[in-house]
Structures are given as C-alpha cells and as structure tokens.
Design a protein around this ligand. Structure first.
Ligand code: PLP
Length: 427
C-alpha cells in the first residue's frame, strides 16, 4: 500500500494501518482476540470531540448539554459524560438509577417520556432531579398530586409538539401532530396557565424534540421559531419561563450523510435566538446519537458463507439482538473487514444466526471474506447495545472503551447464568 495509515471517511478515530483496522490506534483484531465476538468497542476521544462541538457552539452562553442516555446507557459511557460535566436526559426510573450510579449531578438530570409512573416520579423527586419534561395534561395532574404527597414541588417544563416534519424515518419522527409525544401547540398557553396554578409544580421551562437522525438545519429552525412564538404567548399570559430546551435529534454520518456539525447548527440557531431577544436565556439540549453514534463499532466474526441462486449469505456471529437498527428501521451500517484479503469480491447479504428473515445487518455488500474473518460494523455506538435483547437466548455482547493506550472492559459478556437467574420452572 502507498499509504500505510488510511483513515475511514467520516470516522476520524478509525484507521487502517499496515492493513489492520484500528480504533484510536488500537488493533480491533487484538481486542476481539482478547474479549471474543460480537464485541462493541467505543472511542472515548470521539465522544469527547462530539461533546466539544456542542460546547464550542454554546461558548459564552448559559447552556447545559444533557446527554440522552437511551442512545447508549452503559455505565462506562455515562461516566465519560458525567466526568465531562454533562447533564443527562432520562426516560425511566431505571435510567435515573444508571446516571446516579455513574456519578451524575441530579440537578442536571431532566426526565422525559410519555409514560412516567407515580413510582418513577417519587424516585425522581427523592433524587432531586432538575426538571420533569411533562408530555400531557394528565401527567401534569398526576405529577402535581405526587409532589404534594411528597411535600415538595416538582420543577416542570412542558414538551410542545411543534408539528414540524424532521424529514427522517417515520419511526423516529416525534414532532408531528400524529405522534404520541408532547402537547399540541394550540393548547400550550392554556396548559401553561393551568400548570402555573398548581401548588405542587414550579414551571421552569419549555421543551421540544422533533425527531432523530436529522441531517438538515431547516426543521430545527422551523421548530425554534414556533417554540419562541409560544414562549412569547406564554409569558404574555403571565407565566415566566426560565429555560428553553430544544431536544436532541442531530444526525450522524452512517453512509455519506452530511448533517450539520453541532457548532455550526447552533451558530445558526443562536443567531435567531439573539435576533428575537432570547439569546441570554438558559438553553438546554438533549443530544443522544450525535454524542456516541460514530464512537462505536461492533466487531463480529464470519461463521459461514452460504452461496445461493438469488443471494449469497455471509453469516456472522452478531445478530438483530445485538444490532437491531437494520431490522427496526431498515438502517444502513457500513461493514468493513478488519484485515484485507486478496481475491474475488462477492456480493453478500450479511446476516446473523437469529431465526428471523428480518435478522440482517447489511444487504448487497461487496466483500472479500472467508469463515473466521472478522468484520467491523460501523456507527454502532448509538441505539445498538442499548436496544440489545436476549432473543434466541443469546447473551448480550461485551463492551470495551478505548482511550489512548488503554482499553477497559466496561461490560463483560452476558452468560447463560445471568439470563436464567431470574427464572424458574413451576413447581
Ligand atoms: C431520544 C430522545 C433524545 C435524543 O435523540 P437523539 O436523536 O439520539 O439525539 C432527546 N430527547 C428526547 C425527549 C428523546 O426522546
């Protein structure tokens, strides 16, 4: 090769050196040898660089980045963001326990989600979280009642559905009228007035979140104008708002996608906030995917090659239970061999061992592979491990966090004993 180190486009922390694929300079083959496959490997530097783009965008502003942990809630990942001073956006009592275990400052925790239970509300009040992002009028009443029972006041923001099309996959659009999230734009002022009258609540902000894997600035700009129109109307009705939360949703490069960089996007949004006189408000964002998505790869081993009349199959040891995004959203992940080999390239469907035709990882991929070779499935840092299941009684994969010369096993491979522990046959 002319260039012994070749960086992968869109993946600056991944490079091929002397024919071997590396992450932050560490050999993925050696990590797979040490920990087995399927194996998730994350670059800490990529996460910190992604966070830094937001921090640059908000330089000199009163802003808080709350990492939306549903994208990847592994403790080792949460610790990286807690140490970097991030807040967290959570959607369950389980996620609250995770961020506290990772060392989060509870005041920087916001609690989103359409179906919070009373028990989760009590748990979050006891922990002293910063804010509940309330998603319906019914939830407002229940939260008020729970807070009064507990003898406290719950800080609330109400999630507005701005009815903006984020132009992404329908399953990850959340800010359209037909979605289950948030309260309708035209009910907002009345709901805020009512919320401000409830003794168990303290209204502190407003929020929206319009979808995920957004690759264009225009839906954000549209949502921003609508939210600011509402802020003006709500404040004119006598309810002051302390913070403005614009949610998450910024996309990443999976397959030549070109989302705006977080700092460039926020430069645009802040210009509009300044122009409308809201530039000095406290700002919150809730990015998930864009902080972890391209930090991670999933290393998998080729088990069998199965030529066919219509399709050739490359059967690997990772499956839809490890990498659910293709089955769920027809999502595309790049698939790259760890070591290059010479010979004839063949077009394969890369599939897992799970007994479902939906268990595919990549379709029509041109690969030069043989059984025993390892492949890296790229862009596997977000919505992969966090969605992993035990379907087909497969144990969940191990996870390694790489930082410079260090590689830390942040989750050991799940064993069959782990899976059977909570079950028993009837007597
Ligand atoms: C999922 C979610 C996020 C994060 O979305 P990403 O697309 O991963 O950035 C933020 N806020 C809320 C309320 C969410 O549900």
């Amino acid at each position: 090769m002319n260039h012994p180190v070749a960086r992968l486009p869109g993946h600056p922390h991944i490079a091929r050196k002397d024919g071997v694929l590396q992450i932050e300079g560490q050999s993925l083959s050696e990590l797979a040898q040490a920990h087995g496959t399927p194996l998730f490997v994350y670059s800490k530097q990529w996460m910190l660089d992604a966070l830094a783009a937001y921090q640059r965008g908000f330089e000199g502003r009163d802003a808080l980045v709350c990492y939306a942990i549903k994208a990847n809630s592994s403790l080792g990942v949460l610790r990286v963001f807690a140490e970097a001073g991030c807040g967290f956006d959570i959607v369950s009592g389980g996620e609250l326990a995770r961020v506290l275990a990772a060392g989060a400052d509870p005041v920087k925790v916001i609690f989103s989600g359409v179906g919070k239970t009373r028990a989760e509300m009590r748990q979050a009040l006891a922990a002293g979280i910063g804010c509940f992002n309330v998603e319906s009028e019914a939830e407002l009443e229940v939260l008020n009642a729970v807070a009064l029972e507990e003898g406290g006041r719950a800080a609330v923001s109400i999630r507005i559905n701005p009815n903006v099309d984020p132009k992404t996959h329908p399953y990850i659009s959340t800010g359209l009228k037909g979605n289950k999230f948030g309260v309708a734009h035209d009910r907002a002022v009345a709901i805020y007035r009512h919320a401000a009258s409830l003794q168990g609540l303290q209204v502190v902000g407003i929020d929206c979140h319009i979808g995920s894997q957004i690759t264009d600035a225009s839906p954000y700009l549209e949502a921003l104008e609508r939210v600011l129109d509402l802020v003006e109307a709500i404040e004119a009705a006598g309810v002051p708002l302390h913070h403005l939360d614009f949610g998450g949703g910024l996309g990443i490069d999976y397959n030549g996608d070109t989302p705006p960089a977080a700092d460039a996007l926020w430069q645009q949004l802040l210009a509009r906030l300044d122009a409308r006189g809201f530039g000095r408000r406290r700002l919150i964002v809730e990015p998930g995917r864009s902080l972890v998505g391209n930090a991670g790869v999933c290393v998998t081993e080729v088990l069998y090659l199965k030529p066919g009349e219509e399709k050739n199959f490359c059967i690997v040891d990772a499956a839809m239970n490890d990498l659910p995004r293709p089955a769920m959203y027809q999502a595309f992940h790049q698939i790259v061999p760890l070591a290059e080999r010479q010979g004839q390239a063949t077009t394969y469907d890369v599939v897992g061992p799970v007994c479902e035709s939906g268990d595919w990882i990549g379709r029509d991929r041109v690969l030069q592979v043989a059984p025993g070779d390892r492949l890296a499935v790229l862009s596997a840092g977000a919505y992969c491990m966090a969605m992993a299941s035990n379907y087909n009684t497969r144990g969940r994969a191990a996870e390694v966090l790489v930082s410079g010369t260090q590689a830390t096993l942040i989750r050991r491979r799940e064993t069959i004993e782990d899976q059977l522990r909570s079950e028993q046959p009837c007597a």
